[in-house]
Design a protein around this ligand. Structure first.
Ligand SMILES: C[S@@+](CC[C@H](N)C(=O)[O-])C[C@H]1O[C@@H](n2cnc3c(N)ncnc32)[C@H](O)[C@@H]1O
Length: 219
């Protein structure tokens, strides 16, 4: 059953199937069903992940400002932390919430129970929340398509998510002024979009790097 042919996204439709929502792009005949059970493998390697090196402890309260398909949130939650995931794109959020309902693995169900979701712009959430987060995480879309063989998930995100680097930088500047949390920004290994910020440390992987910063407010 077609749930929605989405006027904001020409050629894209959301279809209900027995395995959950399927997103379809008519322009290149591509379809995708988000299965969070597929995250089992990356989660099994969580202790070796760069994010584990950065966090150092668990039971942290983490705000994931750019939730997307929650791969990073799943890694952070699998390390024993509580995540508030904010995502502003309604289509991405619809896929994510539906995929969460369809998780089969008990282990992943427990992990996703530690992730609560909020639809909206993360800066609006940061402005109105009184909750204190240990870490605030940002993973804006990379500027250009740097991966030669992008996954279906990345291809769909590129298609449906608008990215504006100057707005992202404004969000980061405002967040740094508003909070005292530690802030993590993920970036492609060969980009330098955040070089003007006060970066405490950068943790490098093969294709991405994670910058650690500290909010400037006493709150
Ligand atoms: C590169 S994806 C994040 C991928 C995610 N880290 C993962 O592991 O699946 C970026 C996501 O952030 C969302 N986003 C971008 N700016 C945002 C904002 N200001 N507030 C909330 N979500 C935002 C986009 O809609 C997109 O889904």
């Amino acid at each position: 059953m077609i749930l929605a042919a989405l006027s904001d996204y020409p050629g894209i439709s959301l279809i209900e199937t027995p395995n959950g929502y399927k997103i379809r792009d008519d322009s290149n005949n591509m379809e995708m069903t988000l299965s969070l059970d597929n995250y089992e493998r990356i989660i099994s390697e969580n202790k070796r992940h760069q994010l584990s090196r950065i966090l150092k402890s668990n039971r942290l309260q983490i705000l994931d400002c750019t939730g997307g398909f929650a791969r990073d949130a799943a890694i952070l939650a699998s390390l024993g932390n509580h995540i508030t995931l904010v995502e502003q794109n309604p289509l991405v959020m619809a896929l994510l919430i539906n995929a969460k309902k369809n998780i089969k693995s008990n282990n992943l169900k427990l992990i996703f129970n530690r992730i609560t979701t909020q639809l909206g712009n993360c800066i609006d959430f940061i402005r109105r929340t009184s909750k204190k987060f240990d870490y605030i995480y940002f993973d804006f879309m990379f500027n250009s398509n740097k991966s030669s063989l992008p996954s279906k998930k990345e291809q769909f995100l590129r298609k449906i998510v608008k990215n504006d680097i100057s707005k992202n930088l404004d969000i980061l500047r405002e967040t740094l002024q508003r909070v005292s949390s530690r802030i993590i920004i993920k970036e492609h290994i060969s980009s330098n979009d955040y070089k003007n910020f006060d970066i405490i440390n950068t943790y490098k992987g093969k294709t991405v790097k994670y910058h650690l910063l500290k909010g400037k407010n006493g709150r």
